[in-house]
Every structure is written in C-alpha cells, then in structure tokens.
Design a protein around this ligand. Structure first.
Ligand code: F6R
Length: 240
C-alpha cells in the first residue's frame, strides 16, 4: 500500500481529484466506486471545478456508490443519493443511466443486492474504488464483526457509526439503524483503491491499516491484501 501524507485536507482533496481526472482522461468510460460522508466533500468540489474548466468529461463514465441508508428516499436530505446529487451528479455531465447507488427503499433487498453486484460485473468491474474510513475502521458500511460479508448486503449499523453520523441529522434518533452496502468482496474486486483519511479521530484505525495485521475488527485492514491501494492522509490523521 502506498501512503501519501498532505499538510492539509485541501491539499489531500485536490490530489484525490487530480487522480480521478487522470484516470477519466486516460479511460473515458472508466467505472468509479464512490463514497459519501464528510471526507470526500473537498474532492468532489475539486472535481466539479475541473469539470467546469473543461478538464474532465463524464459523458461515458459510470459510477457505483458504496452504500445507502435503509428507509431514506432519494429526496431525503440525508440520503446518500441526495448527498451525491448535491456534491457530484448535479455538477457534472454524468448520464442518469450511468449513475448507480444501492436502493435503500427496495421492496426485495436480496434481489437488490444481487443485481447491484451483477451490474458492477456487467460493466467490467470498478476501475477506481474511492473509500473513506469510519472511526471504527469500517469501509462502506462493513462494520467490525467476527464475520464480514463479501457481496453487497444489508447491515445493522453499530452504535459507534450511528453516533459518528448523528452530526448530519437533527437528532441521533433520526439516524437510520440499517444500511445497504457493497461488501468487502465487492470492494476488493476493484482494480485500484484510493482511500482518503482525514482528521485526528481516524488516527488509531489509520495506524492499524498499515500494521501488517489483518482483522475483521478493523475491516479496513483487509485492504492490505489488495495489490493496488493508495492511501491519502492529512497530517491530522497521520498523527506522526
Ligand atoms: C460512506 C461510507 C463510509 C464513510 C465513513 C467515513 O459512503 O462508505 O464508510 O466513508 O463513515 O465518513 P466520514 O468521511 O464522514 O468520516
């Protein structure tokens, strides 16, 4: 795994956006795996700017988001679809049919999970999977557990994740307790993985990420088994 530390969050975000720009310019029909949350906001801002400046074209790009809360519709301000629309979809020329995000309101979640993985496979897999990391080491919503699921699946969120994400909701009681997420298998199948780590609350899990030990108690450590991972951190997360 390659690690790059940046003085600031802004520098890290600009570098991440440039990586996406380089990929898309080299492969106009690239397939991107995308995260939500606080960390990638700066990257998306840079991507929108580069698009407006004519440096990138999303005409033939396909995106697959990592996860979605169960029960939240696309127009719910805290749904990940809504987040993506605000941060990326509405600012670039992605075709609606090339935008994929697991449905939090499917009538049959088993079928939704299967078809999500099948759609990724049908597109030839993900070229670049961009990830954030939870303060408990989760990637997507793959929470620390004895057993992790490989494919896309539904999951109960841990108390720690609900508390960490309560900042986006009016009250902690409004945070959904379940989500649908790509599994660790779906994530590790990506050709390349880019992880963004920001802030002091991620220091402990970020250190474990480079420990050489793999444990399902910190799902991000599984990334050590992948052959092409770049981790971008700001100094606050690195804590060295
Ligand atoms: C979001 C996701 C999560 C977040 C993680 C970090 O789609 O998959 O794993 O990346 O919870 O969130 P922030 O960036 O808000 O600290």
């Amino acid at each position: 795994m390659e690690k790059k530390v940046f003085k600031t969050y802004e520098e890290m975000s600009a570098y991440a956006a440039q990586m996406v720009c380089d990929l898309v310019n080299g492969k106009p029909n690239a397939v991107l795996g995308l995260p939500t949350g606080g960390t990638p906001v700066g990257m998306y801002e840079n991507i929108r700017k580069m698009y407006q400046e004519g440096k990138m074209d999303f005409e033939n790009v396909t995106t697959f988001n990592l996860d979605e809360y169960l029960g939240l519709t696309h127009d719910h301000p805290q749904s990940y679809y809504y987040f993506m629309n605000q941060n990326l979809y509405s600012g670039v020329n992605l075709k609606p049919e090339n935008i994929n995000i697991p449905s939090g309101t499917a009538s049959d979640f088993e079928a939704e999970c299967k078809s999500y993985d099948a759609k990724i496979d049908a597109k030839g897999g993900i070229d670049l999977m961009i990830l954030g990391i939870g303060p408990n080491g989760h990637i997507g919503f793959n929470e620390p557990a004895e057993i992790l699921s490989g494919p896309t699946h539904t999951v109960d969120l841990t108390r720690e994740t609900i508390e960490a994400n309560a900042r986006f909701f009016d009250s902690i009681d409004d945070v959904p307790t379940k989500a649908i997420t790509m599994g660790v298998g779906s994530i590790l199948k990506a050709k390349k993985i880019l992880m963004l780590v920001s802030g002091a609350s991620k220091q402990k899990v970020a250190k474990e990420l480079f420990s050489g030990d793999v444990t399902t108690n910190n799902p991000s450590t599984l990334l050590q088994l992948h052959r092409d991972v770049v981790v971008l951190m700001d100094e606050a997360a690195d804590g060295q």
